[in-house]
Design a protein around this ligand. Sequence first.
Ligand SMILES: Nc1ncnc2c1ncn2[C@@H]1O[C@H](COP(=O)(O)OP(=O)(O)OP(=O)(O)O)[C@@H](O)[C@H]1O
Ligand SMILES: [Mg+2]
Length: 241
Amino acid sequence: MLLEVKNISVNVAGKAILKDISLQIKKAEIAVLFGPNGSGKTTLIKALMGFSGYSISSGSVIFKDKEISGLSIEERVKMGLGIMYQHPAKIRGVKLYQIAQFLCRDKKKIEELSERLSLREHLHRDINLDFSGGEMKRAELFQILLQEPDLLLLDEPESGVDLENISVMGKVLNEYLQKPGKSALIITHTGYILDYIHAKNGCVMMDGKLWCVGKPKEIFESIRKEGYEKCRECHDKQRIE
Ligand SMILES: Nc1ncnc2c1ncn2[C@@H]1O[C@H](COP(=O)(O)OP(=O)(O)OP(=O)(O)O)[C@@H](O)[C@H]1O
Ligand SMILES: [Mg+2]
């Protein structure tokens, strides 16, 4: 097992946001997380990355056979965790190219990937400053792929991205995830990204709990037709097997 989340609870700003969450992701597996706004999806990803204010109050997170809940973000990144933010930060004074060089020493790779993601001109701009919504998402994907994590935590990668660019991003992401041992946990509302990757398992977060498990496209269709409430009927199968 690459990631094993066992019965974790997370309080944020004094409020219980995640309640007894368990999930597992195997090496080379892609899992999808659905769920209504405010249900706790981003909180889960932030807790897995070790953001301050999102610490785990009970339960454990095992990544590559090691308990990581006490580790810093930097240590988790070094172990192979990577995050693509729902709302990327703007960084004044730091060029995209500078962070790219920090993440990857291979100049050719930086050039090729920035070309594929139509980011050549953006390399020489401050990170995300006045980037359009879609450009920010492409820049996020660019950075996380240069970092080469083993487990990608992608928070709504296609949100605000036009259909042609979703196709570009989806193909680049799929190529990366085809490499041996690469895994991902992907949050999506629209499901568009599912057309480009081979996701095996999906689950639904509601009120800080995981309620369902199944094939991502089937869950998506069920949500589309019958809403999230239907997912509660699967609450006895809370684990991603
Ligand atoms: N730092 C914080 N301080 C106070 N409340 C927070 C904080 N972080 C998250 N929350 C609250 O926790 C709940 C879950 O938020 P979260 O961002 O995890 O939702 P989400 O499932 O990602 O929603 P969305 O689909 O809208 O992105 C929300 O009610 C949010 O306001
Ligand atoms: Mg979110």
